[in-house]
Design a protein. Structure first.
Length: 238
């Protein structure tokens, strides 16, 4: 299967190892992966901040870059969710709306694509450690992704998936929310993390680089030894 990777801004700029790992995993699963060079942003930051004309311009560029893609895979629940809502930015009957609808239909979040489209769960990965899963808000509440990532992690050799009562609680990132309202953002995160150190885990895993940046940053400030890992990084480990 021919797959085009939309890597997302944060993966590209902050966590490129997640994008590299996603390519390795997709190839391991039998996909022919391409990386459209003209890709930039899906427009989510502007959209979430209420700047709709700017979001439309960025989204239009995205649509042109991925117009000919057969399948688009995104290692980010929030960006995949944005693409699913992209048709709402454009007028009824417009070329952009029709293209946005077509692209939304063939766009898949990384874990969902592996489990639901390829029927893959065991990728031969090995990771020695105790891990908790963080459900990113857009993936869980918008795309309804919950069991897939856990099924993938359950098949990783030597990995112990630990139950975390706060797994589905927001991390407080919310993109520009963390910048505009830092005190509230940190309070939300601290509430989520208060149980974490008692679980004796080695890592927090998630499918969204923004959440990982938020969680890792706070853990570093607390001088915690717990690391953050993107799902793709774990699935690519041997």
């Amino acid at each position: 299967m021919r797959v085009s990777l939309f890597v997302s801004c944060l993966v590209d700029q902050v966590r490129p190892e997640a994008g590299i790992s996603a390519v390795k995993v997709l190839k391991q699963a039998g996909c022919d992966v391409s990386f459209p060079q003209g890709q930039t942003c899906c427009g989510q930051p502007a959209f979430n901040s209420g700047h709709l004309p700017e979001a439309c311009r960025v989204a239009s560029s995205f649509l042109e870059v991925f117009a000919d893609a057969e399948v688009i895979v995104v290692p980010s629940g929030s960006c995949a969710a944005m693409i699913s809502h992209m048709p709402s930015l454009f007028a009824e009957g417009s070329r952009e709306k029709e293209l946005a609808e077509a692209i939304a239909r063939k766009t898949h979040e990384f874990s969902s694509f592996l489990v639901n489209n390829l029927g893959v769960q065991n990728l031969g990965a090995r990771f020695a450690g105790r891990v908790v899963w963080h459900d990113a808000c857009h993936a869980l509440r918008d795309l309804h992704i919950k069991s897939g990532p856990r099924r993938l992690l359950a098949e990783v050799e030597d990995l112990e998936l630990v139950n975390w009562s706060a797994s589905d609680a927001c991390c407080g990132f919310g993109g520009t929310f963390a910048v505009k309202h830092p005190d509230i953002s940190v309070a939300i995160l601290d509430s989520k993390l208060k149980e974490l150190e008692t679980l004796g885990v080695d890592a927090v895993a998630s499918g969204d680089a923004g959440c990982l940046m938020q969680i890792e940053g706070r853990l570093d400030r607390q001088r915690s030894s717990i690391q953050g890992l993107h799902l793709a990084e774990i699935l690519a480990s041997r």
